[in-house]
Design a protein around this ligand. Sequence first.
Ligand SMILES: N[C@@H](CCC(=O)N[C@@H](CS)C(=O)NCC(=O)O)C(=O)O
Ligand SMILES: N[C@@H](CCC(=O)N[C@@H](CS)C(=O)NCC(=O)O)C(=O)O
Ligand code: FES
Lengths: 95, 95
Amino acid sequence: SRLEDTVKKTVSENPVVVYSKTWCSYSSEVKTLFKRLGVEPLVIELDEMGAQGPQVQKVLERLTGQHTVPNVFIDTVKLHRKGELESLLSEANIK
Amino acid sequence: SRLEDTVKKTVSENPVVVYSKTWCSYSSEVKTLFKRLGVEPLVIELDEMGAQGPQVQKVLERLTGQHTVPNVFIDTVKLHRKGELESLLSEANIK
Ligand SMILES: N[C@@H](CCC(=O)N[C@@H](CS)C(=O)NCC(=O)O)C(=O)O
Ligand SMILES: N[C@@H](CCC(=O)N[C@@H](CS)C(=O)NCC(=O)O)C(=O)O
Ligand code: FES
């Protein structure tokens, strides 16, 4: 579908993409984490897209099996080229 | 208002009341915590009340200043009489 192509394009063109909802604390925590690590994600707030929000959430479920937010896509190669992979990995090692 | 009286009555008649939303992870964590402590809260899922949900959320904000979920009410006297205050306090001390 056109919406599915849009999502695939978004995810392939950006090193980090976070599908989020503005009022969701779990989503806020993920956005804050990336900020703290100096990584700038593309944030897509599903609750600010009107009727398209639930549709995108359905597409994400088709593509990833996950129907919840936050839904995070990380392109490690792109991140590495931006020099931002190290901070993400060290954070993962700390946890 | 009638809705405000209903909320006040609910809170006064139950040792623990959690105003929650079914799809909210923060709300789930609070409900799980009480379960783990052997405390049985009255859970009110605001997203399962149709149009009344947002209205109750507004009433809670008027009464408590808090507009978010989970919104938790604990009557320590009632809890103590049920013998459940100890576990709650020891959990608070551990944190
Ligand atoms: N364990 C998952 C929990 C994800 C989850 O349950 N997300 C909730 C919001 S906190 C959700 O998407 N609920 C359904 C919805 O909002 O459509 C995680 O850490 O991401
Ligand atoms: N720090 C607060 C966060 C509360 C919060 O932001 N709750 C969100 C859901 S996770 C909320 O109620 N957002 C507005 C709404 O859902 O109406 C807490 O720990 O309770
Ligand atoms: S944590 Fe509350 S909606 Fe996600």
